[in-house]
Design a protein around this ligand. Structure first.
Ligand code: SF4
Ligand code: SF4
Length: 267
């Protein structure tokens, strides 16, 4: 049984920011790095930016080498998970005997562990506000330790706040889509746009600046300059665009293209 199936069997106890727990993870525990095998890690847009920059890859290369596509349950939206090694260990490609090779750029899910986050989990109720739960894996000995935390303290200690702030609009988008009746499906093209703007940031930059995008929408000069040079600003711009594209939410302004305008430009 893999981690995903194990999780599906456990009804999560809902934790809030003030919930308390005892936990300490350190290298002298026998279980050290065991949690980095057979694990389901949904990557957020900001996770991908951090990791592809750490590995000095373009986003498309990172996606091809290190991720697998998946549909997030109840959303009908494509997400990506970290691709585990295709051998008996089924371990994360970044785990080594002495810990995580990309520790300072590790994904949001790894930072939260041993907590899970409802918004990135298939366990979320459609109408739920954000909540946390324990990923109860029997091999994890950290719960036998005496160090005390609240969920709020754990998040700060693990540097989750920065990740969550940058991903906030994207997470909202997932939650919003999840709240739609399941028979409302997105067109394939809309899903492709969601995938590109969310995960393939280098391709999205190309799309914004090298297609008719800038002529189709009213983008002021300062925004255009900013998103050209700042990946985080580009990501957040992309999510704002997706909200408008998928839900007509926000005030993203489109222009009508004159018929033949693109042909004249390219010809
Ligand atoms: S299994 Fe738990 S205690 Fe052990 S290394 Fe992983 S998080 Fe830490
Ligand atoms: S990215 Fe690091 S912390 Fe996360 S599963 Fe891989 S080795 Fe473990």
């Amino acid at each position: 049984m893999n981690s995903l199936e194990k999780l599906a069997d456990i009804e999560p106890v809902r934790l809030s920011l003030g919930s308390k727990f005892k936990f300490h993870c350190h290298k002298s525990l026998k279980c050290f790095t065991k949690c980095c095998n057979r694990i389901n890690i949904v990557l957020t847009p900001y996770d991908i930016i951090r990791l592809k920059n750490r590995l000095q890859l373009f986003s498309e290369e990172f996606l091809t080498i290190y991720t697998e596509p998946r549909m997030l349950e109840k959303t009908d939206l494509p997400v990506v998970t970290l691709k585990l090694l295709d051998d008996d260990t089924k371990s994360c490609p970044f785990v080594r005997d002495d810990g995580c090779l990309v520790y300072s750029d590790r994904p949001t899910t790894c930072r939260y562990y041993p907590l899970g986050v409802a918004s990135l989990s298939h366990k979320e109720d459609t109408d739920a506000e954000g909540f946390y739960f324990f990923v109860n894996e029997p091999h994890c000995l950290g719960f036998d330790e005496q160090k005390k935390w609240t969920v709020r303290e754990w998040r700060m200690d693990q540097g989750v706040d920065l990740h969550d702030n940058i991903n906030a609009d994207w997470t909202d988008l997932l939650v919003r889509k999840r709240s739609f009746p399941s028979n409302i499906k997105l067109a394939e093209q809309a899903k492709k746009m969601f995938f590109m703007a969310s995960y393939n940031i280098d391709k999205f930059r190309e799309f914004v600046f090298e297609s008719s995008f800038m002529r189709r929408y009213e983008i002021d000069r300062a925004t255009a300059e900013k998103i050209k040079s700042d990946e985080i600003a580009l990501l957040q711009f992309g999510i704002t665009w997706l909200k408008w594209l998928l839900f007509k939410q926000g005030d993203f302004k489109s222009r009508k293209l004159v018929v033949g305008q693109e042909n004249r430009k390219s010809g």
